[in-house]
Design a protein. Structure first.
Ligand code: SF4
Ligand code: SF4
Ligand code: FES
Length: 242
């Protein structure tokens, strides 16, 4: 990796809910990612720095942080995309989740909400005996394809103002997951799922701010998934269609 002359100035949140920023200087290198910088700080300067990553290639969803005020996956965010004033980056843990330490947050509430939205496959009492044939150009298949690639990174959850105001709100990722299952022709759990997501903390609480859609690193649009769920809930309430 080529090293360039100017050093980076990295402000990093240290502590938990109470804490302060600590500034580190690290070498500026060609093509480096934000995750590379955090790893270099931890390995070369302070082994007590806490952060998370696993795959480094945008698959596992574990490396998300707030970078200069915006939630991002850090393994696929180049330093050159986010620098302020030539050499400055501020790193904070994701918002809307309790901080364990430094850049690491507790994700339990985030994944519990997937469960509360019944964001898991329901094969029913008599699962189909054969593979389902789902045409790639069918409306339901296309709806699933648009929303299925979620990596559970929490970026959308961190960006959502409604999650900040209402800690019970299921949030964009769990509702997006529910939407993929609502459109899965093999699944048999939609009645209970629509009950779950139509409660006060469900899809109707979304204010359509679009932050989730704007920041999702996978290009998913949870706002549209949630709009689809709202339509389903209305159709079911007025016409009994689910
Ligand atoms: S569109 Fe809904 S879920 Fe997405 S950020 Fe806005 S309020 Fe949150
Ligand atoms: S919808 Fe996008 S931002 Fe939200 S958890 Fe999934 S991949 Fe991350
Ligand atoms: S480290 Fe796996 S998505 Fe970034």
């Amino acid at each position: 990796m080529t090293q360039s002359a100017s050093a980076l100035e990295i402000e990093v949140w240290r502590g938990a809910e109470e804490g302060s920023f600590q500034t580190f200087k690290t070498p500026r290198r060609e093509h480096q990612t934000v995750l590379d910088v955090v790893t270099e700080i931890q390995r070369e300067q302070d082994p007590t720095l806490s952060y998370r990553f696993a795959c480094r290639v945008g698959i596992c969803g574990s490396c998300a942080m707030v970078v200069n005020g915006r939630p991002r996956w850090t393994c696929r965010t180049r330093v050159s995309e986010v620098l302020e004033n030539g050499n400055h980056i501020r790193l904070e843990p994701l918002r809307n989740l309790p901080i364990v330490k430094d850049l690491t947050v507790e994700m339990t509430a985030f994944f519990d909400k997937w469960k509360n939205a019944r964001g898991y496959f329901e094969p029913g009492e008599k699962p189909a005996g054969d593979f389902a044939v789902v045409k790639p150009d069918s409306k339901k298949r296309r709806a699933v394809d648009e929303s299925i690639e979620c990596i559970g990174c929490g970026v959308c959850y961190s960006a959502c103002d409604v999650v900040e105001w209402d800690k019970d709100y299921l949030g964009p990722a769990a509702l997006n997951r529910a939407w993929t299952l609502v459109n899965d022709v093999r699944d048999q759990g939609n009645a209970a799922r629509l009950d779950a997501i139509s409660k006060s903390e469900g899809c109707q609480a979304c204010h359509t701010h679009m932050n989730c859609t704007q920041f999702c690193p996978k290009g998913i649009a949870p706002t549209y998934s949630i709009a689809g769920l709202k339509r389903k809930v209305w159709w079911r309430a007025f016409w009994g269609i689910s």
